[in-house]
Design a protein around this ligand. Structure first.
Ligand SMILES: *[C@@H]1O[C@H](CO)[C@@H](O)[C@H](O)[C@H]1NC(C)=O
Ligand SMILES: *[C@@H]1O[C@H](CO)[C@@H](O)[C@H](O)[C@H]1NC(C)=O
Ligand SMILES: *[C@@H]1O[C@H](CO)[C@@H](O)[C@H](O)[C@H]1NC(C)=O
Ligand SMILES: *[C@@H]1O[C@H](CO)[C@@H](O)[C@H](O)[C@H]1NC(C)=O
Length: 354
């Protein structure tokens, strides 16, 4: 185990050297990758249990060969709505938090083998909702994205079905499933969707007893194993953490993968529930299917009132305030900074190759 990890780490390090200087200061590593493989120490996912899983792809790369454009996971939460991670949309070449255009991406779903086109559907992103103008790569705050697709999946589709959003926080200790096509214990890619059981770790324990404490912000939850060995990894980003058949989290970031004392960090759906519902409602009646109430004309709050009453108003102000104050809290974790270089490197190599 340590052996395999070391080999892949070293080879990535060597590749990463020429970009290390520009990445100095970044400790957090997104589970984003242009070289996807599998979850570390997971098992093959069944189509039945993962019909909500989508693959977010770079349009250009996938145009060369179906499946090669995969960069992130995502979750279908309505016939025409996907929830994913904001950092998946960050321009990996500039790498200052600037987002790419939604037109650079497509969304593919319907087969656990990402190279197999049978029963898949491919969509454009018609609207992309993010919470920040520029992503903060030093904190990974507000790592959530709502994607409105250009069409809806038919309700009777054999291999695709939306999953419900969790509106309440998941209790610590509950065992949930994370799925993705991300990097495996072998350190390279696989074709098949993998799944892994991970227990939710309470905020208190994650802050006190792991080495992530000072990096956790509101809206982030920890799941996994303090002893390491099993985890989500690069390429799983944006993908689902499912607890009791509801989407409870989005794969966000980690430090290394499956390392002791560094469990995975997920964006908490319950924390952003009102915002997600509000964004979905804001385009409803736009012709995209559900045809609920339209045209109330009273701006954001009015639109969301049908679904979830009351508490929508406090959320936005709360979380944006947190993000700006915490920008330099990560300084203690200098030893891990090298792994951040890997992120920069992959797109660089890819863009040279293609
Ligand atoms: C592609 O997926 C379909 C449906 O899941 C399956 O029946 C078929 O065997 C797969 N083809 C390959 C080449 O794996
Ligand atoms: C949606 O986008 C996909 C992928 O580009 C395209 O094939 C499909 O025709 C589009 N559907 C509609 C209704 O525009
Ligand atoms: C976490 O640390 C705080 C402050 O040091 C302490 O009050 C609390 O009891 C600890 N909680 C756990 C679960 O260890
Ligand atoms: C995978 O799990 C096995 C058995 O639990 C463990 O020995 C091994 O170290 C794990 N692999 C990694 C990369 O952590």
């Amino acid at each position: 185990m340590a052996h395999q990890l070391t080999i892949s780490t070293i080879s990535l390090l060597v590749l990463g050297l020429f970009v290390v200087s520009s990445s100095a200061g970044n400790q957090i590593r997104g589970r984003f990758n242009t070289d996807p493989g599998r979850i570390v120490n997971g098992s093959l996912a069944s189509m039945e249990a993962t019909r909500h899983q989508v693959s977010l792809r770079r349009r250009l790369n996938d145009g060369y060969f179906f499946g090669t454009g995969h960069i992130c996971g995502g979750t279908l939460v309505r016939p025409n709505v996907v929830v994913s991670a904001a950092h998946c949309f960050v321009d990996q070449v500039i790498y200052d938090g600037t987002f790419l255009s939604k037109d650079d991406f497509i969304v593919v779903m319907g087969n656990v083998d990402r190279f197999n086109q049978t029963q898949t559907m491919t969509f454009d992103i018609e609207h992309l909702f993010l919470r920040l103008d520029k992503f903060v790569l030093s904190t990974y705050d507000e790592d959530i994205a709502v994607l409105i697709l250009n069409d809806s999946v038919p309700t009777n589709h054999p291999t695709i079905r939306p999953i419900e959003l969790a509106s309440l926080a998941t209790p610590a200790g509950q065992v949930c499933q994370v799925t993705g096509w991300g990097t495996t214990e072998e350190g390279y890619g696989s074709d098949y969707l993998m799944t892994l059981d991970v227990p939710i770790i309470s905020e208190e324990v994650c802050v006190n007893d792991t080495d992530l404490g000072h990096l956790l912000l509101p809206g982030m939850i920890c799941a996994g194993y303090e002893e390491g060995e099993r985890d989500a990894c690069s390429g799983d980003s944006g993908g689902p953490l499912v607890c009791q058949s509801q989407l409870a989290g989005v794969v966000s970031w980690g430090i290394g993968c499956a390392l002791p004392r560094f469990p995975g960090v997920y964006t908490e759906i319950a924390y952003y529930y009102d915002w997600i519902e509000e964004k979905i409602a804001s385009v409803d009646g736009d012709g995209s299917g559900d045809g609920e109430t339209s045209g109330d004309g009273s701006g954001d709050d009015g639109e969301s009132s049908g679904d979830q009453s009351g508490d929508g108003s406090g959320d936005d102000g709360e979380s944006s305030g947190d993000g700006s104050g915490d920008g330099n809290k990560g300084d203690g974790a200098a030893t891990i900074s090298i792994s951040a270089a890997l992120l920069l490197l992959m797109p660089t190599v890819l863009s040279l190759n293609l």
